[in-house]
Design a protein around this ligand. Structure first.
Ligand SMILES: Cc1cc2nc3c(=O)[nH]c(=O)nc-3n(C[C@H](O)[C@H](O)[C@H](O)COP(=O)(O)OP(=O)(O)OC[C@H]3O[C@@H](n4cnc5c(N)ncnc54)[C@H](O)[C@@H]3O)c2cc1C
Length: 475
């Protein structure tokens, strides 16, 4: 592609982390930037919502977030932006399953103390037999079920992964790509679980593990992005909120018009470049390009808790298939300012597909079900406040079912000829990535506009599925 000289006007579609960072870099380079966001607030899936209950203000993320990154410059940027408002926190998580509570990541000492004898016997047998078991010829093409059984054995797969994964994704783990396991779970296998039992330097200290420490803003994760939005306004970026992109016009392999709707009014604007952080299938649809990719959605049910603490866990993973939610969290564990003094709150993440029974269920019915589930987990539900607050995320997880990579590649290839369109961020690339990676992708998209060097393949491959995303955080 020819370097683009003097790009004047750039449209950034979507005001999540990727779009905001792209707008920031573009504006620093002196370009004329207009950002469109369909919601009233910036931050995308990283936004924090406020809820005023009878005891005061509660704040909830779309599923509790943590800021972790391997990129010291990005951390310095966020540090400078947030100043004293960026707190340090430490992760502690458990798995609740079959009436028992296990440490997560799994470790053998805890398993020995907690697990039923039959489970331990099965796991130990797997540990001995695993080196001799038949492995998938190509892990890149394997299913999640094959991947986990090759790394953890059949017993732990059946106990800890099968039910949880089926519930989270809404499909049989045998139909889910191993990519998800490769990114989220790959740094720990059954040998690591076993090594944790060893007291020597060769044992526990050499075990690879997930990032424990993380950063979290005082007033919720979204504070990073509302503050970044304020900076952008100060710097002269035009930001349209409650502005939904409804179409894109194309001529001679260039985007010639961006159609958008605000307060019931339809408008159309022209730009030299378009950076889209909208979901890949949505951008494709606006351009008449076929794209067979789907998302898993989430509903969040949030309730006040009339006591200071439920537990000291950052997350409780709820593995039992009959329990509706996949995770239980207390926002207060991330920052004490997420609930009124002396009170806490609980948040339940409920996976579903947009439009299905769970997505459409009345909030009162959902609350009754999750309250019964909480009681079955030993929570004193009499301590729950009467108010219920909810949120939804239609595009929560890119559905990484078997063969999704080829379908994603076809969509990407079909968009490539459009020279002034750059897809970026988690939604724009249909990638299961964390916030820091989405922010980096936003910067890469802006750099392409600024210097004309085509970075679109690099954006799609940035920290790709072979990279473990949770380790080695400098935060
Ligand atoms: C449950 C859950 C927990 C997570 N936890 C963590 C965590 O702990 N740490 C972490 O780093 N990451 C976490 N993530 C991932 C993180 O949320 C994403 O990586 C990040 O939000 C991606 O940013 P983005 O800008 O690419 O996309 P988004 O945040 O989705 O932003 C896209 C934006 O585009 C807007 N948009 C969409 N369609 C239109 C339209 N037609 N017109 C106008 N605007 C539109 C959306 O409203 C949104 O604001 C989590 C994600 C989920 C679902």
């Amino acid at each position: 592609m020819q370097p683009h000289v003097n790009p004047l006007r750039v449209a950034v579609l979507g005001g999540g982390p990727a779009g905001l960072m792209a707008a920031w870099r573009l504006r620093q380079a002196g370009l004329d930037v207009t950002l469109f966001e369909q919601e009233s607030e910036l931050g995308g899936m990283c936004a924090t919502q406020r809820f005023t209950g009878q005891d005061g203000n509660y704040r909830f993320d779309y599923g509790g977030h943590r800021f972790i990154t391997k990129n010291p410059e990005l951390l310095a940027f966020v540090d400078e932006l947030m100043g004293d408002d960026l707190l340090h926190a430490e992760r502690k998580s458990v798995i609740r399953f079959g009436g028992r509570t296990y440490d997560y990541p799994l470790n053998l000492g805890n398993l020995l103390r907690t697990a039923p004898l039959a489970l331990m016997a099965g796991a130990l047998k797997d540990l001995v037999l695993l080196p001799f078991a038949k492995k998938p010829a190509d892990f890149a093409k394997a299913s999640f079920a094959q991947w986990i059984q090759a790394h953890f054995g059949r017993t732990l797969y059946r106990q800890f992964f099968e039910g949880y994964t089926g519930k989270l994704w809404g499909i049989d783990p045998a139909r889910l790509s191993a990519d998800w396991a490769g990114q989220r779970i790959s740094l720990i296998d059954l040998k690591d679980v076993a090594r944790r039992l060893l007291p020597t330097r060769k044992g526990a200290h050499s075990v690879r593990t997930y990032a424990r420490k993380y950063r979290y803003p005082r007033l919720g994760f979204g504070q990073i992005y509302t503050r970044l939005g304020e900076r952008l306004l100060e710097e002269g970026v035009t930001i349209h909120t409650l502005a939904r992109i409804t179409g894109l016009s194309q001529e001679n392999q260039r985007i010639t018009g961006v159609q958008w709707e605000q307060e019931g009014e339809s408008k159309c604007s022209q730009f030299d470049w378009v950076i889209s952080t909208l979901p890949l299938p949505l951008t494709c649809r606006h351009l008449g390009i076929a794209c067979e990719l789907e998302y898993r959605s989430l509903r969040f049910v949030n309730m006040p808790l009339l006591q200071e603490n439920l537990s000291d866990n950052t997350w409780q993973y709820l593995s039992d298939p009959h329990i509706l939610a996949t995770r239980l969290q207390e926002p207060r564990r991330r920052s004490p300012f997420m609930a009124p003094h002396g009170k806490s709150s609980v948040m339940l993440e409920i996976p579903c597909n947009a439009g299905d029974e769970t997505w459409s269920a009345p909030l009162s019915a959902l609350r009754s079900k999750v309250t019964a589930d909480l009681a079955s987990l030993g929570v004193d539900t009499a301590r729950l406040g009467q108010e219920t607050f909810e949120a939804r995320s239609e595009y929560a997880y890119p559905l990484m079912d078997l063969g999704y990579q080829a379908r994603r590649d076809r969509a990407i290839q079909a968009l490539m000829p459009i020279g002034n369109l750059i897809m970026t961020g988690r939604q724009g690339t249909f990638r299961y990535i964390f916030t820091d990676t989405a922010m980096e992708m936003g910067l890469m998209a802006a750099d392409m506009v600024i210097d004309g060097v085509d970075r679109r393949h690099a954006i799609f491959n940035h920290r790709n599925e072979n990279t473990v995303i949770e380790t080695q955080s400098v935060a």
